[in-house]
Design a protein around this ligand. Structure first.
Ligand code: UGA
Length: 439
């Protein structure tokens, strides 16, 4: 089979590389000539474990190639994935101009039956718009060519994208015809070996599945953050409550970890977009609105704790931050809770010394030199009045607490991810505050 993946962002690149990995002939297309040129040199624009290797391996085997010329790539393809960006507009709705421009070009350049698949996260109804755009172009060419649309949302997690793609929990595909279903089943066959299902459904349901999944996960997190805050007030320990409820298989033990709020490019954007889509159709998503407001509140929880600890006086205090990215194993700073925490600390007159294993360059683009970036986690502690753990990178999980205690001016730790044991740290003489853990 021969496929094209349009858009070499996070989703497109991972999709293209993983299809090539199972032997499919893939061309990744992007209008950004600089990006394509550097990809051809083996330079990957994002940090994702394993991606570099998989791209280089498949390029060298001639299964993966790159191009800027969509019109030249389309003829001869069986399937085209649209994986271009859908940046949120000011009102939170996804901007479809790139998706629809690609659809038009497909309509202008296709010369045989083709399945056109939307892979980007797009609002319910987008695949239909893609279909109309292609049809309009075909009419202009006076063509009798046929095609099918399909919706195939992705469920990759940053930091684990390759693994998620190669061994998916499930593959969701919305189709309108049996022919498209057959093509997509054949394409995905190599990924079904772990026994997880491919679920075919109609196109709007597939589009909705993506938003419903992310919104449900965001809801779990905000719910647990609410419970955590209440645990503190009531003298309960959310770590115990989490284990207690997670052992009920109906609830499950995943995605119920309280923290400093969810971030990243997906949950905040998708929750906002679903609220917006619903409102446009006259429906009020009350639960999701609360999920959003709890998340906003949660980003300030650690700042409020540190402020209280220093009796409201943060001016001149030096705070060491461990972690900047919105979660471990990524350099993604989009909607990272660290950004809110840093703004608040700076506003209160504190100085910030930060260390992150991979996100410092990315962070510097956004925050600039208003904070100090250091070379390792221990350096951040020198002359610091407190340590705040922002991202649960594995290397922060078991530091040498003797050294931590010696380097810090005050033995104070704010743990925004509950990675430490409160009792253990208190026994070592630290003042410790986590999330949802009684002081
Ligand atoms: C998320 C979904 O998990 C993927 O299934 C989906 O494909 C992806 O969005 C997308 O739409 O593209 P991602 O944003 O990479 O993936 O990151 P997650 O690992 O889901 O974490 C999201 C946020 O939730 C992070 O800020 C994380 O710290 C937070 N989180 C997660 C918690 O606060 N508690 C938890 O228990 C789990």
């Amino acid at each position: 089979m021969k496929i094209a993946v349009i858009g070499t962002g996070y989703v497109g690149l991972v999709t293209g590389a993983c299809f090539a990995e199972v032997g499919i002939d893939v061309t990744c297309v992007d209008i950004d000539a600089k990006k394509i040129a550097s990809l051809e040199q083996g330079v990957i624009p994002i940090y994702e474990p394993g991606l570099n290797e998989i791209v280089s391996r498949n390029v060298s085997k001639n299964r993966l190639s790159f191009s800027t010329e969509l019109a030249k790539v389309i003829p001869g393809c069986d399937v085209v994935f649209i994986a271009v960006g859908t940046p949120p507009g000011e009102d939170g709705s996804a901007d479809l101009k790139y998706v629809l421009a690609v659809a038009r070009e497909i309509g202008r350049s296709m010369c045989d039956y083709l399945v056109v698949v939307t892979k980007s996260t797009v609002p319910v109804g987008t695949a239909k718009k893609v279909k109309s755009s292609i049809e309009e172009e075909l009419k202009l060419r006076d063509s009798t060519l046929t095609f099918d649309i399909a919706s195939n949302p992705e469920f990759l997690k940053e930091g684990a994208a390759i693994e998620d793609f190669l061994k998916p929990d499930r593959i969701i595909i919305g189709v309108e015809s049996e022919e498209a279903e057959d093509v997509m089943r054949k394409l995905y066959k190599p990924f079904l070996l772990n026994g997880h299902p491919i679920i075919f459904m109609d196109v709007p349901s597939a589009e909705m599945t993506k938003y419903a999944a992310n919104s449900m996960l965001a809801t779990k997190i905000s719910f647990m953050n609410d419970i955590a805050n209440l645990c503190e007030i009531m003298g309960a320990d959310v770590n115990m409550v989490r284990r207690g409820i997670g052992s009920d298989s109906r609830i499950g033990n995943k995605f119920i970890y309280p923290g400093i709020g969810y971030g990243g490019s997906c949950f905040p954007k998708d929750v906002k977009a679903l609220i917006k889509t619903a409102a446009e159709h006259g429906y009020d998503m009350q639960v999701l609105k609360s999920v959003e407001s709890v998340n906003e509140f949660q980003k300030s929880v650690m700042f409020n704790k540190i402020k209280r600890h220093f009796n409201g006086e943060l001016s001149g205090k030096v705070v060491a931050l461990w972690g900047l990215s919105f979660k471990p194993k990524t350099d993604d700073m989009r909607e990272a809770p660290s950004l809110v925490i840093i703004e608040k600390l700076l506003e209160a007159g504190a100085q910030v010394k930060a260390y992150d294993p991979v996100a410092m360059k990315e962070a510097q683009h956004i925050i600039g030199d208003r904070i100090e970036y250091v070379h390792d986690e221990y350096e951040a502690l020198i002359d610091a009045d407190a340590l705040m753990v922002v991202t649960e990178w594995p290397e922060f999980r078991s530091p040498n607490f003797q050294v931590v205690g010696k380097l810090l001016k005050n033995k104070v730790i704010f743990d925004g991810r509950n990675i430490y044991d409160a009792k253990e740290l208190q026994e070592l003489g630290f003042a410790y505050q986590g999330i949802g853990v009684h002081e």
